[in-house]
Design a protein around this ligand. Structure first.
Ligand code: GDP
Ligand code: MN
Length: 388
C-alpha cells in the first residue's frame, strides 16, 4: 500500500524524523484555515499517489492568503497524470539551503534492505545515479544487526554529506531505517531531505510503501488506505475483497489465480483483443464469489464480451458454473460470455451450464480457442453497436 505524502510524514514524525508542521485540506476554505494556524509562507501540496507533483504544478508556495486561495483552487481537482487531487497538504514553508536524497528499500535480489543516500537531491534518483554516481551511496544492511550508527555515518560520508551535518544525517538515516523496519515498509524515501539555512535537517517529501501482507500487525496503519483515489470499480472490488484491476479494453476477464489471469490477458491480447480488467477470483472461489465477480465485470460499461478462464484446482468448476448461473438470474446480462472450464469437476460444471442454457454463453475447450472466440464476439458486438 502506497501512502500519501502527509501520511508518510505522519509515520516519519512518529519515529522522530523532523518534518514541517502542516494540515490537510479538502477545500480552499480548509486551506485558508490551516494556513491561519501555521502562519505564512506555506506550501500547498497535492496529495496524490504519484511523484513529480512539483513539475506538474501540484506544489506551490503561497506568501499570502490571496496566493493561497489561488493555488489551492487551482490544485484541488487538478489531474496529475490521471490522479485527481482531492486532498491538499498545507505546510509551513521551509527555507532550503540544499536538497539531499535518502531512502531505504527492500532489495529482493539481495534479500536485504538497501540504504541509499546522496547529497544531490530534489531530482529523480535515476538521474542522480546517471549524473552523480560518485555522490550516491548504496549499502545493504544486515537485517538482524540493523542499521548501526557507524554504518549510517559511513553512508552519509560516502554520499557527500557536508562534514558538519554527518551526525544529523546519520540520525535521519537511522530514523528512516526504523520506519522501514518497524512499520514493515518495502520502501521509505525522502526526496528532498533538506538542509535549512540554520543547518537543520528535515524531510520535505515522503514516499512510503507498506507491505500489505504485514498490515494486519499494524492496525493503526490500516486507515491509510486511500480508497478515494482508486477507480470506483477498483474501490468496490477492494471493499468486497476481490482482486480487480481496471484496464482500458472491452473484454471482461475472470480467472482463478494471478498467473492464469495474467496469461489470459496475454492470450487475449495475442488474439487481437483488449482486456477490460484483471480479475482474480482466487483459489477456492465459491458460487457467491463468482456471482460477485461477474457483477463487477458487468458494471464496467466498456465491456462487450466476457471470458471466464478457470483451471480448477481447489476451485471447483461446478461452483463456478453455479455462480455464473446465479449471476445470469440476478443480473440478466445480454452480452456474450465464453467459458472455459478445466480441472476439478470440469465435467459437472459443463453439464450444469449445458442444462441451464444461458443465453449467449459459449463454452470453449482450450485457452487459445476461448480467447479467439471472445475476441470475435467482442468485435461483432462492436459492429452491432450496443451489446446490452
Ligand atoms: P514532488 O515533486 O512530487 O517530488 O514533490 P516535493 O514534495 O518533493 O516538492 C517538489 C519541490 O518543491 C521540492 O524539491 C522543493 O524544491 C520544492 N518545495 C517543496 N516544499 C518546499 C518548501 O517548503 N520550501 C521551498 N522553498 N521549496 C519547497
Ligand atoms: Mn519529492
Amino acid at each position: 500500500m502506497d501512502l500519501l505524502e502527509y501520511q508518510g510524514k505522519e509515520l516519519f514524525a512518529r519515529h522522530g524524523l523532523a518534518v514541517s508542521r502542516g494540515m490537510t485540506a479538502r477545500s480552499v476554505e480548509d486551506a485558508v484555515a490551516a494556513a491561519a494556524g501555521l502562519g505564512f509562507p506555506v506550501v500547498v501540496k497535492a496529495q496524490v499517489l504519484i511523484g513529480g507533483r512539483g513539475k506538474a504544478g501540484g506544489v506551490k508556495l503561497a506568501g499570502s492568503e490571496e496566493e493561497l486561495r489561488e493555488h489551492a483552487g487551482a490544485i484541488l481537482g487538478m489531474s496529475i497524470r490521471g490522479h485527481v487531487v482531492h486532498t491538499l497538504w498545507i505546510e509551513r514553508a521551509s527555507e532550503i539551503a540544499s536538497e539531499l536524497y535518502a531512502s531505504v528499500l527492500l532489495d529482493r535480489s539481495a534479500k536485504a534492505p538497501l540504504v541509499m543516500f546522496s547529497s544531490e537531491g530534489g531530482i529523480e534518483i535515476e538521474q542522480v545515479a546517471r549524473e552523480h554516481p560518485d555522490k550516491l551511496a548504496r549499502e545493504h544492511v544486515d537485517y538482524l544487526g540493523g542499521l548501526q550508527r557507524e554504518q549510517a555515518l559511513e553512508i552519509a560520508a560516502a554520499g557527500g554529506a557536508p562534514e558538519d551535518l554527518r551526525e544529523a544525517i546519520a540520525d535521519a538515516l537511522c530514523c528512516l531505517y526504523e520506519v522501514f523496519c518497524q512499520e514493515e515498509a518495502t520502501l521509505t524515501e525522502i526526496n528532498p531531505l533538506i538542509i535549512t539555512p540554520e543547518r537543520e535537517v528535515r524531510a520535505l517529501d515522503a514516499k512510503v510503501t507498506l507491505d500489505d501482507n504485514a498490515l494486519f500487525r499494524h492496525p493503526e496503519n490500516q486507515g491509510y488506505s486511500d480508497l478515494e483515489s482508486l477507480d470506483p470499480l477498483e474501490r468496490r472490488a477492494r471493499e468486497e475483497g476481490v482482486q480487480y484491476v481496471g484496464l482500458d479494453g472491452d473484454i471482461g476477464i475472470l480467472g482463478n489465480g494471478a498467473g492464469l489471469v495474467m496469461s489470459t490477458l496475454d492470450v487475449v491480447a495475442q488474439a487481437g483483443g483488449r482486456p477490460a480488467n484483471f480479475l482474480d477470483a482466487g483459489g477456492g472461489a465459491d458460487a457467491a464469489k463468482i456471482e460477485q465477480a461477474a457483477s463487477l465485470i458487468l458494471s464496467n460499461p466498456a465491456v462487450k464480451a466476457v471470458l471466464f478462464n478457470i483451471f480448477g484446482g481447489i476451485t471447483r468448476c461446478d461452483e463456478v458454473a453455479k455462480g455464473l448461473i446465479a449471476a445470469f438470474e440476478s443480473l440478466k446480462p445480454t452480452l456474450p460470455f465464453v467459458v472455459r472450464l478445466d480441472g476439478t469437476n470440469a465435467e459437472q460444471g459443463r453439464e450444469l451450464l449445458a442444462e441451464a442454457q444461458l443465453p449467449g454463453v459459449h463454452s470453449a475447450q482450450t485457452m487459445d480457442e476461448a480467447a479467439a472466440l471472445v475476441v470475435e464476439l467482442a468485435r461483432s458486438a462492436e459492429n452491432v453497436g450496443s451489446a446490452r
